[in-house]
Design a protein around this ligand. Structure first.
Ligand code: G3I
Length: 398
């Protein structure tokens, strides 16, 4: 009788394992610890995530929207990817398809092929959509820094937002209007990043972006999206303070803004942990009548051991602790992971593990099998009581 562990391994895993063993024997790699280039014969415990157990149904039961950042190339090429996205998402965001570099190959040209493909998929599966992003310092097309000047930059930004947000007017749940405008290390008293936009337009580029977005799409929830504001460290506290200063200044000037995106690129075994300070930040947002979206959640597992089962458990524990902290706040309205499956996480290029194994930061592994992080996430949803005073479907113009 096969052991329960073997019984769980699929025929593919067993064949894979046999091939790996044969390869190891030939290459003299016998006894090499997994993660050192040998294909791993590991599968997370089976988990039924269909129907009522799906992310979208579990989230809706507690007044939340949930989903993933989607890769349009994967939507175009992978049946499994499309199936999981359609089954699990009530809300989705394009990982790259709506960024400047993806949409603006030249100053005169807009290419919406990938953005339109994302929109078609989501609307075809009744998935609400976040747009990401209308104004960022990164992933800009090469022509922009070459052609933008102090005299034309504001017009370029306004033209971009009117064209892009206007194209999907009335169809978007929300837009990341400005992304990552805070960089305390740049030394400004207000903590703003000395980006191309700030240097050429001035610090009111943020107000311009939000006002233009509201005109272009009055029904989208306009969001300021930021990272590095999650843990209890001094650095994150500084960035939270600068972010709140920005938000308060926008509110004081009646700039139209509806929500804050907390990107949530977090770490397993973070020295600082997640909790009181982050909850205080979310409550400060609520005091300004701002909803909060968890916009780019993933768990960097570099501090966890190579063994995949132990790693998955540590990642799941981090999801559980983080989400239970943030979902204790009633103005948190959505949770998005930054990708569906471990096979495509940006972390493998940005934050590679010392053992050269792939990271396991998401809710599905590279074979689209739900990981323990999935169960931890849906359990955390059950701790949430939504704010009844949530924004109406179409926020009033401010
Ligand atoms: O599309 C080109 C392809 O034609 C080319 O062959 C290839 C090699 O150069 O590059 C491809 O573009 C890459 C793009 O992802 C699409 O795969 C860019 O080089 C690469 O820089 C880009 O990385 C993305 C990064 O943002 C920069 O835009 C990551 O996938 C994406 O996960 C990451 O997401 C950001 C959020 O937007 C904002 N918050 C942080 C988060 C992680 O950095």
């Amino acid at each position: 009788m096969a052991s329960s562990a073997t019984a769980r391994l699929s025929r593919r895993d067993i064949l894979l394992g046999a091939a790996a063993t044969a390869t190891a024997a030939v290459l003299g790699l016998q006894g090499c610890a997994p993660g050192r280039g040998l294909p791993r014969v590991y599968a997370p415990p089976p988990l039924d995530v269909s129907g009522d157990r799906s992310l979208r149904v579990q989230a809706a039961a507690h007044g939340l929207l949930a989903g993933f950042a989607l890769s349009v190339p994967s939507l175009k090429t992978s049946d499994a990817y499309r199936r999981v996205a359609a089954e699990q998402c009530s809300l989705a965001v394009p990982e790259n398809a709506m960024k400047w570099a993806a949409i603006r190959p030249t100053r005169a040209e807009f290419n919406f092929d990938e953005a339109d493909a994302f929109v078609a998929f989501c609307e075809g599966h009744r998935i609400k959509m976040r747009g990401h992003n209308l104004c960022w310092h990164d992933y800009l097309p090469p022509w922009l820094p070459a052609e933008a000047t102090a005299s034309n930059a504001r017009a370029l930004l306004v033209e971009h937002i009117r064209t892009v947000a206007g194209r999907y007017r009335g169809r978007m749940h929300s837009w990341d209007v400005v992304n990552e405008a805070i960089e305390v290390g740049d030394g400004r008293p207000d903590g703003l990043r000395t980006s191309l936009w700030l240097k050429l337009i001035g610090d009111d580029y943020i107000e311009t972006a939000f006002r233009t977005a509201r005109e272009a799409d009055p029904s989208a929830l306009l969001t300021y999206n930021e990272y590095g504001i999650e843990n209890e460290s001094y650095a994150d506290a500084q960035k939270r303070a600068a972010t709140l200063l920005l938000l308060r200044r926008l509110r004081q000037r009646n700039v139209p803004i509806d929500a804050v995106g907390i990107q949530s690129h977090i770490k397993a075994r973070s020295m600082q942990g997640y909790g009181p300070a982050l909850r205080g930040f979310i409550r400060s947002c609520r005091a300004m009548d701002l909803e909060v979206f968890i916009t780019e959640l993933d768990v960097d597992d570099r501090e966890l051991p190579t063994d995949p089962a132990r790693r998955d458990a540590g990642v799941a524990d981090t999801y559980s602790a983080y989400l239970q902290a943030v979902l204790a706040e009633p103005n948190v309205r959505a949770v998005l992971a930054w990708g569906i499956d471990d096979g495509q996480t940006w972390l493998n290029s940005h934050s590679p593990r010392a053992d050269h194994d792939s990271q396991r930061p998401l809710l599905f592994d590279a074979d689209f099998r739900a990981t323990p992080a999935f169960a931890a996430t849906t359990r955390a949803f059950a701790t949430h009581t939504p704010d009844q005073a949530a924004h109406p479907a179409v926020p009033p113009l401010r």
